[in-house]
Design a protein around this ligand. Structure first.
Ligand code: C5P
Length: 276
């Protein structure tokens, strides 16, 4: 393994990284959970876990996988063994320990997977990063920017990138308009104020727990509208800080995304952790 698996920021809060990998991956069309889909000779989840380990910010890595998926369970076990073996081969100079790897059953939604992981964190945990396994190539520099903002006092921090497209709001067409096109434009958002949001998203643990406790009471419609953790924290009125994300952190969702991710690994950028 070519990564530095030990925690390299002992001065920061005790930190866990939750990796949510319990999705079905239907949009990718591989007929298997996305975490298992091959990428650059490994799986999407392997790349995501290596990225977390390489960042060296976590005392615990908690992975949510589809319930009963023995293959992914074995993959996570092997990853944990590799971390320990690497630590024995090359102990960290400051005496840091490799992160504890915890494997849990995910839930039926992303938010439920996060809630299940929050219940499995080590008691000493003070800060938590929540990361989509689907953002398998997130550079370690992004983890560092998020962790530094937390260490500087942020209760919530997200990585973002500028939006290059013009973004409009629409609603279904009615009346004569419906014969012309299915939707009609209702407005144009001011692009300079828009940001595309990525993971890992970082939180003070108590704040994220409070946000998810509030969300547990949502009705089905409200629950379906929850697409990230930061929006739950926003609902509490807690400021959410934004740091620079990276284009390599793309969420592998469609076959085109997978082609781009393969290209990032094989192309002129070469190494896995190039900052962009
Ligand atoms: O479905 P979506 O693309 O929003 O999923 C984002 C991340 O959340 C993925 O890494 C996926 O594996 C994870 N997820 C999960 N549990 C679910 C649904 C999604 O861990 N029930």
């Amino acid at each position: 393994m070519d990564t530095a698996p030990t925690n390299t920021s002992p001065a920061g809060p005790v930190t866990a990284v939750i990796v949510v990998a319990a999705g079905s991956g239907q949009r990718l069309g591989y007929g298997m959970p996305k975490a298992k889909v091959p990428l650059g000779g490994d799986t999407i989840l392997t790349h995501a876990l290596r990225g977390v380990a390489a960042a060296g910010i976590a005392q615990q890595i908690c992975v949510a996988i589809p319930p009963g998926d023995t293959e992914l369970h074995a993959l996570c076990d092997a990853f944990a063994r590799d971390l320990k073996a690497e630590h024995l081969r090359a102990p960290a100079p400051g005496g840091g320990q490799p992160p504890v790897v915890t494997i849990i059953d995910g839930g039926s939604s992303r938010a439920e997977s996060v809630r299940a992981a929050l219940a499995a964190l080590l008691p000493a945990t003070e800060a938590v990063l929540v990361h989509d396994a689907a953002r398998a190539l997130a550079p370690e520099a992004v983890f560092h920017r998020v962790a530094h903002a937390l260490a500087a006092g942020a209760q919530a921090v997200i990585p973002v990138i500028p939006v290059v497209d013009t973004v409009k709001t629409v609603e279904p067409s009615t009346g004569d308009g419906a014969a012309i096109a299915p939707e009609i434009v209702t407005g144009t958002a001011a692009r300079e104020t828009l940001r595309a949001v990525q993971t890992p998203q970082g939180f003070d643990l108590a704040t994220l727990r409070r946000a998810h406790e509030a969300a547990a009471a949502f009705d089905a419609g409200q629950a379906a509208a929850v697409t990230d953790d930061a929006m739950l924290v926003e609902l509490l009125g807690v400021p959410v800080h934004a740091v620079r994300g990276a284009s390599q952190s793309l969420k592998i969702t469609t076959p085109l995304d997978l082609i781009i991710a393969e290209g990032l690994l094989e192309g002129p950028l070469g190494a896995r952790w190039v900052e962009g």
